[in-house]
Design a protein around this ligand. Structure first.
Ligand code: DAH
Length: 347
C-alpha cells in the first residue's frame, strides 16, 4: 500500500473508533467519502498515474474504501445500539420487585431529592391542626435554660431534669430537649385565646439503640382559653388520631408526671392491630401508649405572662419518630438519620 493510503487508513480508523454519536459519524463519512473527501481525492488522483501504478494503487484504494465503509457502518450500528440500550435502562420497570427494595440503579429520580418520612408525617399533622384553627410556631434548637426548663416549672435541682439530659453550650444555652420549650415563647408572642402547634428537632444525651436517638422530632400542641378541661384535650386528641389513622379511635388516660402540667396524663389508644383484644404489638394489653399530655400548670401560665385565674390551658407532646414508626411499621429509629436512600425512597 502507498504511504499516502497507509497514513490515510490509520488516521481514518483512529477517528472512526472514537466516535459516539451519529452526527460525528456522518461528519467522518463526508470527510473521507464526500465529493471532496480525502479518499475520494485519492481516487481522483489515480488518473495521473502510469497504467501500472494506476492498476495497483486503484485496487488498494478501492479495497481501503470498502474497509472504511464497513467500519463506519459497524460503528453506526454500535452507536445506535448504545442509544437504545440507554433508553431501555432508563425506562426499565420490573413489577415483581418489592417496592423499597430497588437497587439504586432502578430508582427513577435519584437526583431529584425526596421528602423524608418524618416531614411527610409533619405535613400531614400540620394540615390536620390548621384545619382545627391551630397556628404553627417555630422555636430555636439552641435554647435557653429558661424556656426549656425554668419556665416549664423545672426548678434548678428538679430531678425531672435528669430524665432529659442534653448537650450544653456553656453559656446557659442548651440543645432543646423537647418542643415544650415553644410553649412559653408562644404565650409571650401571641395573645390568648390561642391554639398552637410547634413541630421540630429536639436532642437528648442518649445511649443509642433501636428505639433511642440523640436527635429526633416532636410536635408540641397547646390550647389556651378561658375554660379548658380534660374533655377539650380528649376531643382534640381523638380528632387528631382519627385524622392520622383515618378511622375513629378509642383512647384512655393514665396519670403521668411532667412538671409543666397538672394533672398530667399518658394517653393510650386502642391497639389498631388487634382492635383491643391483645396481641404482641400491644403486649397483650389492648392499648398502645401514644402521647403525653395534660392541663397547663399555673406556674407555666405565669411564666408566659398570663393570669392563671383568667386563663387555662391544655398541652400535648407528639413524638413524630414514634408515630412514623407505628404508621409504617419501622423497627429501628436509627434508619431516620443514617442517610440510606434505599430506606428513604420507600416513602
Ligand atoms: N415534653 C415532654 C417530653 O418530651 C412531652 C410532653 C408531656 C409534652 C406532657 C406536653 C405534655 O405538652 O403536656 O418528654
Amino acid at each position: 500500500m502507498s504511504i499516502d493510503l497507509k497514513s490515510l487508513r490509520d488516521e481514518a480508523i483512529r477517528a472512526m473508533t472514537v466516535t459516539n454519536t451519529e452526527e460525528e459519524l456522518e461528519n467522518l463519512r463526508v470527510e473521507y467519502f464526500g465529493k471532496k473527501g480525502k479518499l475520494t481525492n485519492q481516487l481522483k488522483a489515480l488518473k495521473d498515474l502510469t497504467p501500472d501504478e494506476r492498476a495497483r494503487t486503484g485496487k488498494e484504494a478501492n479495497e481501503l474504501k470498502a474497509e472504511l465503509e464497513n467500519l463506519l457502518e459497524s460503528r453506526r450500528r454500535k452507536v445506535k445500539e448504545a442509544y437504545f440500550n440507554e433508553i431501555a435502562r432508563k425506562e426499565h420497570y420490573d413489577p415483581t420487585v418489592i417496592p423499597g427494595k430497588f437497587p439504586q440503579s432502578y430508582l427513577p429520580h435519584t437526583d431529584a431529592g425526596h421528602i423524608h418520612p418524618i416531614s411527610i408525617m409533619q405535613q400531614k399533622l400540620e394540615n390536620i391542626f390548621t384545619s382545627m384553627g391551630f397556628s404553627i410556631m417555630d422555636g430555636p434548637q439552641v435554647e435557653t435554660d429558661f424556656f426549656n426548663f425554668g419556665a416549664l416549672n423545672f426548678t434548678d435541682d428538679h430531678p425531672a431534669r435528669e430524665m432529659q439530659d442534653t448537650f450544653y453550650t456553656g453559656d446557659s444555652h442548651l440543645l432543646r430537649t423537647h418542643t415544650s420549650a415553644v410553649q412559653v415563647r408562644s404565650m409571650q408572642k401571641l395573645r390568648p385565646p390561642m391554639r398552637v402547634v410547634a413541630p421540630g428537632r429536639v436532642f437528648r444525651y442518649e445511649e443509642i439503640d433501636a428505639s433511642h436517638e440523640h436527635t429526633f422530632y416532636q410536635m408540641e400542641g397547646m390550647i389556651i382559653d378561658r375554660e379548658i378541661s380534660t374533655a377539650n384535650l380528649i376531643h382534640t386528641m381523638k380528632t387528631l388520631l382519627a385524622g392520622i389513622f383515618e378511622k375513629e379511635v378509642e383512647v384512655r388516660l393514665r396519670p403521668g408526671y411532667f412538671p409543666f402540667v397538672e394533672p398530667g396524663f399518658e394517653l393510650d389508644m386502642q391497639c389498631s392491630i388487634c382492635g383491643g383484644k391483645g396481641c404482641p404489638v400491644c403486649k397483650n394489653s389492648g392499648w398502645v401508649e401514644v402521647l403525653p399530655c395534660g392541663l397547663v400548670h399555673p406556674n407555666v401560665l405565669k411564666a408566659g405572662g398570663l393570669d392563671p385565674t383568667q386563663w387555662q390551658g391544655a398541652a400535648f407532646g407528639l413524638g413524630l419518630n414514634r408515630l412514623v414508626m407505628m404508621h409504617y411499621a419501622i423497627e429501628d429509629i436509627r434508619h431516620f438519620q443514617n442517610l440510606n436512600t434505599d430506606f428513604l425512597f420507600q416513602f
